[in-house]
Design a protein around this ligand. Sequence first.
Ligand SMILES: *Cc1c(COP(=O)(O)O)cnc(C)c1O
Length: 421
Amino acid sequence: MTLKDRDKKHLWHPLTQHKLHPDTIAITKAKGCVLTDENGNEYIDAIASWYTCMYGHCNDNITSKVSAQMQQLDQVVFSGFTHKPAIELSEALIKILPQNQNKIFFSDNGSTSVEIGIKMALQYHFNKGEKRNTLIAFEDGFHGDTFGAMSVSGLSVYNGPFEDFFLDVKRIPTPNSENLEAILNTLKSIVETNKVAGFVYEPLVQGAAAMKMHNPDGLNAILKFCKAHNIITVADEVMTGFGKTGKHFASLHIETNPDIICLSKALTGGLLPMAITSCSQNIYDAFYSDDISKGLFHGHTYSANPLACTAALASIELLLSADIQNNIQRVIASHEVFNQHIKNHPKVKATRQTGVIFALDLNTEMARYGNLRDKLFKFFMDNGVFLRPLGNTIYIQAPYVITKKQLEKVYKTIEDALKII
Ligand SMILES: *Cc1c(COP(=O)(O)O)cnc(C)c1O
């Protein structure tokens, strides 16, 4: 029996309606930018397995260090204990994060990093004797699948059964060149009638909303408004972190620093699950007290797992290397050339790019998980390219180490796909 058939017996996959989509593809190997399936077919991983493996799959620099760490210290409780990989990672991160960030809190996936950011924002006010229970978030944002993260996500495709249990969230549109004044007016009326604790947002690029991009000046004005009203700003950089936007973090494109930053995905270069919520000294100080109950009583069993910390440390070393920085610039320039070539194609409605993230909207309406989307996905896979269209958007977010030849193949396959729709 093939792996694909054995899979059907006991496995329940994420984001999947199994009756409509019974088939999976069994991947047996991944190296660099190439995934290999059980039949020996190869696919260029043009979305870096949900934007995680940015230095290439099974990168020797990362695997060798993790493998050495495995012989030394595997796992230990992080309450009351500490260890070198966590300490070194905190030092390395603080050096590259926006300069107001000073404390690092660990968890193990993007959703929980946001959950912690929300709890920090709510408890910050609570500890200061103020009850603030409303959050602000962008329309179409995506922040994860746990309850707090789901609540702030505007992009709730199938949240029907849970909506009654959500936190109180008010939504604003993302800023563009025309709507900033209207947004600021909306914010004013929200703070007049609500006690707002925090603003949770994806800076510059909203991943799950099909790589929707917005303008840094507009976001800066919103962040300034929040600061003026003591609304804690929580930047969800789970997707945008670690070089995707051309800088180490999207927040570095914006003048006003966030109070809290959520990180995961490329944090460990895709090797192990881990997440971090960082914050400024000001946030931390609101929890620092002789009163035990003012502490942040949140913890995960695998917090700061030494192997994951080692993978993250090795990943940051790679990110800072001249080699990876050159690759990032090369991919950005290459996308710009492709953009010029494809943007006037009759089947293309719009294109956009921030850093290594490139997206193209088709001139066709398409359901997020509909038939046309499936046809497109199949076409890409049949041609050896792993791309996951989001509705009518095709996007590329390949590992930084993707070769020129591999990138050319991705572009050509996208162009060929325009013929079948
Ligand atoms: C993927 C993602 C999350 C959720 O992370 P998980 O590790 O899947 O829980 C949250 N926010 C953003 C912006 C993401 O892209």
